[in-house]
Design a protein around this ligand. Structure first.
Ligand code: ADP
Length: 551
């Protein structure tokens, strides 16, 4: 039994207990690697000493314009050096960082700024038009600080202050303020809000520290690592890699536009060793003409949506080494990953890719990830077949949603973060997602996993992207409707009928799509296919065809 006297006697003190915060990573990197390139962007380069100094100047400048601890500072910018500086300078002023998705329209930007009561908005000049529209909707607009990036297109931002002059007002020697309490908020990230207004996911210093440590560990980041920013930093703070790369003393290579040519060029020019990318970015890379294999080993973490095994296999065949992670904004990015096991390397490529396409096991630092029966709340059997909800719990789960106690209660009910993703648990303890709860197709009373159909479509050599959604059907309730983009070099003459045949040859017939549309797919800023838009298209197509019998 624990001795209460001993616990009382040995209370924590400053020598043995420091609130966890990723801000300490930058201080250490600046001490250990002062001359190491911390950030490379076009012809701009900052050493760790410089990144530290600029971040401290930002913290000081924010303080000088009156930003109080706990207040919110927003940023609207692509993957440029200022975005990294904000990840240290804003929390380093004791404030809370709010990264805004750069593809949002004015109404949503206004909603976020108002909802989090942003005091300052740091904004890249390319987004001037939309930002001025958003600010006009606010009664108390934030102070607007404009970032004048040489690579930005458009100059229609009229800021109150320019970022470099703002930094010049700050003191680059002011230490970054460490939090007094590690539960202190570090960032608020707004979810995409596909149903209703976006929700503000509040994250704390402790979780950011732990998830960054976990990311550095599983990605094997070190001082020789060169990390290419293909994942938007505004998305879950770049899965905490904004902090993880600094922890390791690696180099951040910024990239304004995520385009295959630019990615291949950066890999070659900077000796990139690591990058993270949604599956659609990997598809783009595979099909890009400049797809020569990199001469150095490049590790890629993919996630954000289910990567089809054909895409994993094609990337591995090109010399990239893939790790598959799963997560959500509510879990600071990655919360499960498909870990390597003895024997996996010996599998033939296809079987290996199939193994890796599962979402896997709990991420390091997460306590637990499991699948619960949605009705009974009990764990499902590890039979690879029984469907339930994937739930996770641990220190890398959000504090909750800002000003939304009801949504917080239901997301964290019963001591689990409810992901809303439907999964099975395999006998080896790995989870596999079959669908988002709202994406599963129920046809004639049978569940059909849209991911299972997409997996087969992606095996077709001419398919660039595929997404399957439920289409209302008077006879079956719902049937699968596939939306497909063919590769640019696809032979003319590939038809929807041919793709339906392809699926029927490889799937139970009731699972094969009954309709196929060849279109460009609508995407979110992180490259996720917007299934809610496709569901609407499928609904409209069904309504238009309703005078004809469905079959
Ligand atoms: P949004 O709801 O804005 O897309 P997130 O970026 O937080 O927000 O998305 C989280 C969701 O993305 C998960 O709940 C899951 O449905 C999906 N997702 C993320 N990673 C994967 C993955 N590796 N495999 C399957 N689905 C994934």
């Amino acid at each position: 039994m624990m001795n209460p006297t001993l616990e009382h006697e040995l209370a924590p003190n400053a020598a043995n207990h420091v609130p966890l915060s990723p801000l300490s990573f930058l201080k250490r990197a600046a001490q250990v690697y002062p001359q190491r390139d911390a950030v490379v962007y076009g012809n701009r380069r900052y050493t760790y000493q410089q990144l530290h100094q600029r971040s401290r100047a930002l913290a000081s400048a924010l303080e000088r314009v009156g930003v109080q601890p706990g207040e919110r500072v927003a940023i609207l910018a692509p993957n440029i050096p200022e975005m990294l500086e904000a990840h240290y300078g804003v929390p380093g002023a004791g404030a809370v960082l709010v990264c805004i998705n750069i593809r949002l329209e004015a109404r949503s930007i206004a909603f976020i700024l108002r909802h989090c009561a942003a005091r300052v908005l740091l904004c890249d000049r390319e987004f001037g038009a939309v930002v001025h529209q958003a600010l006009a909707m606010l009664d108390t607009p934030p102070l607007l600080v404009g970032i004048d990036d040489a690579q930005a297109e458009g100059t229609d931002l009229a800021p109150n202050l320019d970022y470099e002059s703002f930094l010049a007002q700050g003191d680059g020697n002011r230490p970054l303020s460490a939090p007094h309490n590690e539960w202190q908020s570090i960032a608020i990230n707004y979810t995409s809000g596909t149903t209703g207004d976006p929700k503000g996911v509040v994250l704390h210093h402790r979780g950011a520290y732990l998830n960054a440590c976990a990311g550095a560990l599983i990605f094997q980041l070190g001082p020789r690592s060169v990390y290419l920013w293909t994942l938007p930093m505004f998305h879950c703070n770049g899965w905490s890699h904004t902090w993880a790369v600094t922890l390791s003393g690696g180099c951040h290579v910024c990239l304004r536009k995520v385009q295959p040519e630019a990615i291949h060029a950066a890999i070659a020019a900077h000796g990139v060793t690591h990058l993270s990318a949604a599956p659609v970015v990997m598809s783009m890379l595979i099909h890009a003409p400049a797809g020569a294999a990199p001469s150095q080993a490049v590790s890629v973490i993919t996630g954000g949506a289910a990567p089809p095994s054909a895409v994993i296999a094609a990337m591995e065949a090109r010399g990239f080494s893939i790790t598959h992670a799963y997560g959500m904004t509510e879990s600071y990015g990655p919360s499960t990953l498909c870990l390597w096991q003895p024997g996996v390397d010996e599998l033939p490529l296809e079987a290996r890719a199939r193994f890796m396409s599962r979402q896997g096991v709990a991420h390091p630092m997460l306590e637990e990830a499991t699948v619960l029966d949605s009705e009974t709340g009990q764990p499902v059997p590890a039979d690879g077949a029984t469907l339930g909800e994937l739930v996770v719990r641990g220190n890398t789960v959000m504090k909750g949603y800002l000003h939304n106690p009801e949504a917080t209660r239901s997301a964290l009910a019963g001591g689990w973060l409810h992901t809303g993703d439907l999964a099975v648990l395999h006998p080896d303890g790995y989870v596999e997602i079959k669908d988002r709860a709202k994406d599963i197709i129920i046809s004639g009373g049978e569940n059909i996993s849209s991911l299972e159909i997409e997996e087969v479509l992606y095996q077709h050599p001419e398919v660039l992207e595929a997404a399957v959604v439920a289409r209302p059907d008077s006879r079956w309730g719902e049937t699968p409707h596939a939306f497909v983009t063919l590769c640019a070099e696809a032979q003319a003459g590939i038809t929807g009928e041919e793709l339906i045949r392809w699926c029927r040859e490889r799937l139970a017939h009731f699972k094969a799509p009954r309709h196929v549309s060849l279109v460009a797919l609508p995407k979110t800023a992180t490259g996720k296919i917007q299934k809610f838009v496709l569901r609407e298209w499928a609904r409209q197509a069904a309504a238009a065809a309703s005078d004809r019998p469905e079959g």
